[in-house]
Ligand binder design. Sequence first.
Ligand code: SAH
Length: 405
Amino acid sequence: MRGPLSPHDSIPSITVSPRGAERLKSGHLWVYRSDIAKAGDIPPGSLVGVRDRRGRTLGSALYSSASQIAIRLLTSRAIAEDELVVLVRQRIDDAVGFRQHNVRDSDSYRVIFSEADLLPGLIVDKYNDVLAMQVLTQAFDREPTRQAVAQKMHEHYPGASLLDRIDPHIRELEQLPQRESQLVLGGKASTLFTLNGVRFHFDGLGGQKTGAFLDQRENYAAAARYAHGEALDCFTYHGGFALHLARVCSGVTAVDSSRPALEVAEQNEQLNRDAHTCDDIDWIEANVFDLLKDYSSAGRQYDTIVLDPPAFAKTKRTVETALRGYKELNLRALKMLRPGGILVTCSCSFHVEQAAFSAMLTDAAADAGRRLRVLESRGAAVDHPVLAGVPETGYLKCILSQMIA
Ligand code: SAH
């Protein structure tokens, strides 16, 4: 005899292996395909009930038929299909409320950060009056969830445009049909936005797409608290650090290998010129590794150096090589720092953990024969929170230190 229908009876069910169950119990939201013990023929992007081998409910999750991450847990409750959109709407309200309460001095921030907001597979960034959404999974690509996101964004940010930003690579991995980036709400895809009082251009659809590393927002402000004298911003992109340093330093040089990025950076400089304490920023198109080598052999010295390279370790296997790259970079920078100088060093490689990154810096200082005082050891801004149990949400490291004589 069967009892009354439980919510799970109306949705497909997945049985996870003991290792998968353990992972969920430890606080992670993902179960890999190799840890799925039993699954029927489940449509892509479905809401699924998750059970362990003994049939006990572990919660409800979003299923992908393509990704190695087969399910992403949504809730530890068993919910029915018609509760899904209600839950998504509630979670969006919570995510917006958290930012409105915690982000200051900026009109731009990450409104929804996927797992960290218990909305695994969805990212929304706010650039002043333009919102940019990224759908990362089959489940969030479904029409009812897309509509819920658009309605909620309209409700919380009336008058703002909403842009669907497509990453063709992600759609391919998720086996989703290709589509173009496009406006979903409103008519504006480009705007000016402000972080800590510094103004930037955003263009979400133009030939030369722009954006920002919003996760560095609070680190820009922290860098500006200690920066002084002559500054060098390595891997500047659109000038995030450089433009903050230009408000407190006597000279700023900024380097990137991308000409298009530097063109936007120069346009950003024009928006902020009035507040600068230095002359024009010197934007240099070069490979940072080569430039540091040349500058250090020429005996150049700086009072403030920022290192914010792209992720060196894309996989676990490349961590050692990445750490050697970070060390070379930091060693060169430290040798060019004047006594009392400030080093701001970052890593956005998830696989390079905080402890390893700190140890790398200590090593580099020892090799350079310099003593460092660590001023702040930071992560991403508060609008990119870290979900305990999901280490992937905590990828950014930023150490601010001072060279002492
Ligand atoms: N600091 C920036 C973000 C940097 S993103 C900010 O706060 O907005 C990394 C940047 O490094 C990209 O702009 C990329 O063009 C640049 N880059 C990658 N490899 C490089 C290299 N070897 N030399 C110089 N720039 C490089």
